[in-house]
Design a protein around this ligand. Structure first.
Ligand code: ATP
Ligand code: MG
Length: 215
């Protein structure tokens, strides 16, 4: 969606994407902190979740023990959470001039449900275009992680893996490739980084890119 005819106060929408354990939350936190320090109004949020209904959907779809959740149902739950998030949180924040830093967005659904669950990336893209009213990030930071490294990082930090994290490495490899494909299709709107680089170095690179986009 073009931002050209929107008011000048409109903020900036940054999505952090990448596989499990890539460092998305770490970098979202670092970016939000740096921008706040520079005097910007920042909203750091995450998907699935970000609203009361979205957090309930998150628990439903990520926690074990909710019975079988087939691939289409899973895709619809993520899309429903995202629809609420965009309408109730992201759009109002952008309209107020806020910089929104969102931990996962549409590309995660394209990668996990489209590629990982093999629903096809196009149907999942279409579903999400409808759910979001076509809202796209101004910049997507893709932290490209080797699935084995992501798994090592996760298990070093927390013992329990959620429904998607506990899928085998082959599933995570398909996800990695789907993220990279999305980035290749629109290189101008992506910053693709090797998630194996040091935290500080990544934070610096991301901040420099975002600063160029600030209104
Ligand atoms: N660049 C890095 N180098 C080394 N370790 C890192 C780096 N970035 C993050 N970590 C560590 O890896 C672990 C996972 O990081 P983080 O939670 O930010 O990833 P994530 O992408 O948000 O994961 P998830 O998909 O599970 O939400 C944390 O313990 C974090 O401290
Ligand atoms: Mg995280």
């Amino acid at each position: 969606m073009s931002n050209s005819n929107l008011p000048e106060t409109r903020g900036l929408f940054i999505a952090m994407e990448g596989g499990d354990g890539a460092g998305k939350s770490t970098q979202a936190q670092r970016l939000a902190a740096a921008l706040q320090e520079a005097g910007r109004t920042v909203l750091r949020t995450r998907e699935p979740g970000g609203t009361p209904v979205g957090e309930q959907l998150r628990a439903l779809v990520l926690e074990h023990g909710n019975g079988e959740i087939d691939a289409r149902t899973e895709a619809l739950i993520f899309a429903a959470s995202r629809a609420a998030h965009v309408q109730q949180v992201i759009e109002p924040a952008l309209a107020a001039g806020t910089v929104v830093v969102c931990d996962r967005y549409v590309d995660s659904s394209i990668a996990y449900q489209g590629a990982g669950r093999q629903l096809g990336t196009e149907p999942v893209r279409i579903l999400n275009t409808w759910a979001t009213g076509g809202l796209e990030p101004d910049l997507t930071v893709l932290l490209d992680v080797d699935p084995a490294r992501g798994r090592d990082r996760r298990t070093a930090g927390q013992a329990v893996e959620d429904r998607l994290e506990s899928e085998p490495d082959a599933f995570h490899l398909q996800i990695r490739l789907a993220f990279l494909e999305a980035a290749q299709a629109a290189p101008g709107r992506y910053l693709v980084l090797d998630a194996g680089r040091p935290v500080d170095e990544l934070a610096e690179t991301i901040l420099r890119r975002v600063e160029k986009l600030l209104p």
